[in-house]
Design a binder for this molecule. Structure first.
Ligand code: ADP
Ligand code: MG
Length: 229
């Protein structure tokens, strides 16, 4: 990290994009409190980041294979000492929200990749974090599944109104889902772009809208005129 000065308003959906190795995951780790900056500070709602305030959804499949989905989703609440009945009720509520109602008894390996990512999202939401950090959740999916999950993720997010920092290296994904795109390059912020497509968004329409395609075009231009040239 060189110098990062970033303020994210409550409820904003921010996409962090940038080439591999530029420090996106490192920045998320600092925001989550897992990594302490050598200089400077991170505040979430004026406080140091706390595990209860920040939900972190990883790129990799991080569900425990030996637990049914329901107790996977309830796990963080279990660590918090929430009563079994209450945490399972909360898990069921979150599974319902992500479209996995009635699937809680299944084990992760019985679910498709897309369903596992939805369970992962339910797990992140179970603690009701103020801020959600999401690191390339759809990177490894085929185009159709990815398109469907982007829509579902957005629909779920629009219902919660939570602040999201979403890392992706996919410019067209960022343009589709974000309110704001922050472009990083080698430990610093290079560009800060506002995306003002109306919400709630109908991604199936937006994908073909000229305003969206113009934005993707100009984002590509930004990258191809970068220092790699
Ligand atoms: N804890 C760490 N200490 C020192 N260097 C690190 C640490 N974590 C990652 N890096 C390095 O920092 C750079 C940025 O990594 P990362 O944040 O993973 O990038 P991105 O997520 O944008 O691909 C890489 O060169 C990586 O090797
Ligand atoms: Mg990364």
């Amino acid at each position: 990290m060189k110098s990062i000065d970033l303020e994210v308003p409550k409820g904003q959906f921010l996409c962090l994009v940038g080439p591999s190795g530029c420090g996106k995951t490192t920045l998320l780790n600092m925001i989550s409190g897992a990594l302490r900056p050598e200089r400077g500070s991170v505040n979430v709602n004026t406080q140091k980041p706390r595990a209860s305030a920040v939900g972190y959804m990883f790129a990799r499949d991080s569900l425990m294979p030996w637990r049914p989905v329901r107790t996977n989703v309830a796990y963080a609440l279990e660590l918090r000492g929430v009563r079994k009945q209450d945490r399972l009720a909360r898990a069921d509520e979150m599974l319902e929200l992500v479209g996995l109602g009635g699937k809680g008894h299944l084990h992760p390996q019985q679910l498709s990749h897309g369903m596992r990512q939805r369970a992962n999202l339910a797990r992140t939401l179970a603690l009701d974090p103020e801020l959600m950090l999401v690191d390339e959740p759809f990177g490894a999916l085929d185009a159709q599944t990815k398109a469907r999950l982007q829509g579902e993720f957005l629909r779920i997010w629009e219902g919660t109104g939570k602040t999201v920092i979403f890392v992706t290296h996919d410019l067209s994904e960022a343009a589709l889902i974000a309110d704001r795109i922050v472009v990083m390059g080698e430990g610093e912020i290079r560009k800060d772009i506002t995306v003002d497509f109306e919400r709630p968004r109908d991604l199936d329409k937006l994908r073909f809208a000229s305003g969206y395609q113009d934005l993707v075009h100009s984002l590509w231009g930004l990258f191809s005129s970068g220092e790699e040239q």
